[in-house]
Design a protein around this ligand. Structure first.
Ligand SMILES: [Mn+2]
Length: 333
């Protein structure tokens, strides 16, 4: 089924439903939250019942999103057997969405709509609107609204801008296309607060966070044999600077600013002693996901990751030895 027919079908499902549950994925980011809040505002403005359920709850730092308090992690919602439509946003599968156990135990059978932009999407919905070309689920929502002639309020526009801006890393990463810029400009025209969102998403670093970033940047190494730039962070660093792991979000993306190297790698020690390895490249001829897959991880060609066993002190040496001894096809010709 083509996009346009699916977009119509989703609106028909919303029109026919009486009790709708909107599900942004667990540990939600501004894309899944912005999409959920904009959709919630639209549905409730049509005098229809809709609630947002999120398994883990949203981080307080996203409190600036309009109608943020609509996000609930109260499991009591699952006792409501009259839910007849569940709309899952930005999730490759129901496990990532955080509702797999509920879906396996509920006795009622709601229709499921799946709206997403991840290439790993399992098409788990009764209706699936999966667009790999879209920068974000918020961008898909914008075109879904536009296609169905929904009037977009300033708060809906602000939420969708947050999602697009976050997933395009402030319009700098490879996912940024004509459609994401077009959608954003039209959302600004509808009263979306572009600068307000930018201030909250990107002017959020404390002195402590940036001092830690400085320390991590001071450890940058360039492995010239493999042409990879890398650095690392230990749990001791986090404790010493009283910075949470969450505050490091954005650091891997920041490494994309480095001119040298075919790619950049960030080794991060986890509380369980294992190492989270995040990889970034900006080059079309580099496929970092080939390395990630070799180590049992996954992701996109330009942004992906995997886990290594600790300790961190020797993780990069062991990593480069593995690269030396296995022909991994990560340089495309
Ligand atoms: Mn997304």
């Amino acid at each position: 089924m083509n996009n346009s027919a699916t977009q119509k079908q989703i609106f028909l499902a919303i029109e026919q439903a009486k009790n709708i549950l909107i599900v942004p994925h667990k540990d939600p980011d501004p894309d899944t939250l912005g999409a959920a809040l904009a959709l919630h505002e639209h549905i409730t403005s049509c005098s229809k019942q809709a609630r947002i359920f999120n398994l883990t709850g949203a981080s307080k730092k996203f409190h600036f999103l309009p109608h943020y308090n609509q996000i609930s992690s109260d499991p009591v919602v699952w006792e409501d057997t009259s839910i007849d439509l569940i709309i899952v946003l930005d999730s490759g599968d129901l496990d990532y969405a955080g509702i797999l156990p509920m879906m396996e135990t509920i006795t009622f059978r709601p229709q499921i709509v799946n709206i997403d932009h991840h290439k790993t999407n399992a098409f788990f919905g009764d209706i699936n609107l999966v667009n790999l070309e879209s920068s974000s689920t918020s961008e898909i929502l914008y075109f879904l609204f536009r296609h169905n002639r929904v009037s977009i309020t300033p708060t809906m526009a602000t939420n969708l801008i947050a999602g697009i801006m976050y997933d395009t890393d402030n319009f700098t990463n490879a996912a940024t296309k004509y459609t994401s810029l077009f959608a954003t400009s039209d959302l600004v025209k509808h009263g979306g607060r572009f600068h307000f969102i930018k201030e909250h998403l990107y002017r959020d670093k404390s002195v402590d966070i940036l001092k830690l970033w400085g320390e991590i940047l001071g450890r940058l190494q360039h492995n010239t044999k493999h042409d990879i730039v890398y650095t690392f962070i230990t749990l001791r660093d986090l404790n010493h600077h009283s910075v949470s792991e969450d505050d490091l979000r954005g650091f891997s993306n920041f490494l994309s600013n480095i001119k040298e190297g075919s790619g950049a790698i960030f080794f991060k020690e986890k509380p369980d002693g294992n190492i989270r390895v995040s990889m970034r490249t900006t080059y079309d001829h580099i496929d970092m996901s080939a390395i990630a897959e070799h180590f049992g991880g996954g992701g996109h060609k330009k942004a992906c990751g995997f886990e290594l066993e600790g300790p961190i002190d020797t993780a990069f040496e062991r990593f480069f030895i593995e690269l030396d001894t296995h022909p991994i096809p990560w340089r495309l010709s």
